[in-house]
Write a protein that binds this ligand. Structure first.
Ligand SMILES: Cc1ncc(COP(=O)(O)O)c(C=O)c1O
Length: 374
């Protein structure tokens, strides 16, 4: 199948680029001794799991269906975490989970008896230190509901849990900043750590970023796990799939109201939500820093402020032309929605041998099914 013939909009995941990231994950694991579980909240496109499985140890989740997906489609270790589990949720996940991590002391209390024999139990802790660029994504922001603060803990919790989970980073590229948080955890929680069996340090560490000092990170993790005699886990999402995927769109129209806007057959609100909620403009492969033709890349939704970015090109855009919105794997396919009844992007996987596999495509019946039976 030839790239040029694919109908937009579509995601194109590149296996060779994925393997490049996974090789870095392998180095990190080998030097540090940490286990890595894929954060399905970031990326759940299970048609790629055959590529990922040999490199990672399992999956972690944020809700009951992700637990099931990880258990059925990935295997290895299945970690279950949710901000809030109902009794029915726990019944559904406990037979599939190696670890169940609770977000609060009350959740642990509520569910302890029903799952203590099914999985190794853990508790999410709020370390009150973080490295997250945006308040919206900062787990230790004021009044955060994510995890238990130390002031509310006492050592009796160790009668119920064997592990703690800390998640406090978001796209953290600064290894020294991460090590400072690790040192803080090492001292502040020392009395707990010596009695735990495992500790997850969450996701948000950008170890696949170009020139990231992986070895420095790995040695810090190794020293920590040796000091506290713990099996460490990381829960990478974005780091595994970063820069692997384009969202490919077509220019449908060009309008001009003081600025030229190219309207494309996709919308941030429906297909690339984080562009909108974090106000982080997309980058376009065809754009050129010194281009003389500036455009707003506008979406097809009805939301007035829905645009992918403003950028410039070496030559005027043409209707029908394809544009590649780069770095579109993380928190996109897991957040797709049918707002405005727009066409949902198909998902393609470009294998290392050059073949392009169709992983999924969607039609009107899928749209209608989300709205009820009529
Ligand atoms: C508990 C937990 N673990 C792991 C992750 C994955 O983070 P990232 O995709 O930034 O690596 C998240 C993201 O929000 C999270 O909340």
């Amino acid at each position: 199948m030839i790239n040029a013939n694919l109908q937009t909009p579509y995601f194109l995941i590149d296996e060779a680029k994925l393997i490049n990231n996974l090789d870095k994950a392998k180095t990190l694991k080998e030097i540090s001794g940490a286990k890595l579980v894929l954060a399905l909240k970031c990326f759940s496109t299970f048609g790629t799991f055959d590529t990922i499985k040999p490199y990672l140890d399992g999956t972690t989740s944020s809700g009951p269906y992700e637990v099931r997906l990880g258990y059925e489609e990935f295997g290895g270790e299945t970690h279950a975490y949710s901000v809030g589990y109902s009794k029915a949720d726990i019944e559904a996940v406990k037979g599939m989970s190696d670890k169940i991590i609770f977000n609060s002391l009350s959740q642990l209390e509520t569910h302890f008896e029903s799952c203590k024999n099914d999985a190794s139990l853990g508790l999410r802790i709020n370390p009150e230190r973080s490295m997250a660029g945006q308040d919206l994504a900062n787990p230790t922001r004021p009044y955060s509901r994510l995890g238990v603060k130390q002031a509310l803990l006492d050592l009796s919790v160790l009668d119920k849990v064997q592990g703690f989970m800390f998640h406090m980073n978001c796209e953290n590229r600064d290894v020294d900043a991460f090590i400072a948080i690790l040192d803080h955890i090492s001292t502040t929680f020392a009395d707990y750590l010596k009695k735990l069996k495992w500790l997850s340090l969450g996701g948000g560490i950008f170890f696949t970023y170009p020139d990231y000092p992986i070895e420095k990170l790995a040695l810090a993790l190794k020293a920590f796990s040796e000091k506290h005699q713990l099996q460490l886990y990381l829960e990478p999402g974005e780091a595994i799939i970063t820069r692997t995927t384009d969202l490919v769109v077509s220019v449908i129209d060009i309008v001009e109201n003081d600025k030229k806007t190219a309207i494309v057959d996709s919308a941030t609100e429906a297909h690339r939500l984080d562009t909108l909620i974090y106000n982080e403009p997309a980058s376009i492969k065809e754009a050129s820093n010194n281009g003389r033709y500036p455009y707003v890349i506008g979406s097809c939704s009805c939301l007035a402020g829905d645009q992918f970015c403003e950028t410039q090109f070496d030559s005027p855009l043409e209707i029908g032309q394809k544009l590649h919105l780069m770095d579109s794997a993380g928190y996109t396919m897991v957040k797709l929605n049918w707002f405005n009844g727009l066409k949902m992007p198909s998902i393609y996987y470009k294998r290392v041998n050059g073949e392009i596999e169709l992983l999924n495509e969607f039609g009107y019946q899928d749209f209608k099914a989300t709205l009820g039976r009529g």
